[in-house]
Ligand binder design. Structure first.
Ligand SMILES: [Zn+2]
Length: 73
C-alpha cells in the first residue's frame, strides 16, 4: 500500500466533524518570509453545522516564486 491508497481510505473520517457534519467552510492562511515569498500555507475547515474548527493541514512551500499564491487567494 502506498501513501495515495492510505489517504483515499482515511479521507472519509478526516473530513467529518465530531458532530457528524460534513460541510465545511475553508479558510487558508499564509506565513510569509521577509522577502515576500510564501513559507507556509495553512488550511482550516470550519464546520457549518456547529462552527467547530475541524480538519486542518499545514504544508511548507519549498519552491518559488510563490507570491502569486497569496494574490490568488
Ligand atoms: Zn460540527
Amino acid at each position: 500500500m502506498d501513501s495515495a491508497d492510505y489517504w483515499d481510505e482515511a479521507e472519509p473520517d478526516e473530513c467529518e466533524c465530531l458532530c457528524g457534519g460534513d460541510e465545511f467552510a475553508a479558510a487558508v492562511g499564509f506565513s510569509l518570509r521577509p522577502d515576500g515569498e510564501v513559507r507556509w500555507v495553512s488550511l482550516g475547515l470550519r464546520c457549518l453545522t456547529d462552527g467547530a474548527l475541524g480538519v486542518h493541514a499545514d504544508w511548507k512551500i519549498n519552491y518559488g516564486p510563490s507570491a502569486h499564491l497569496v494574490n490568488r487567494a
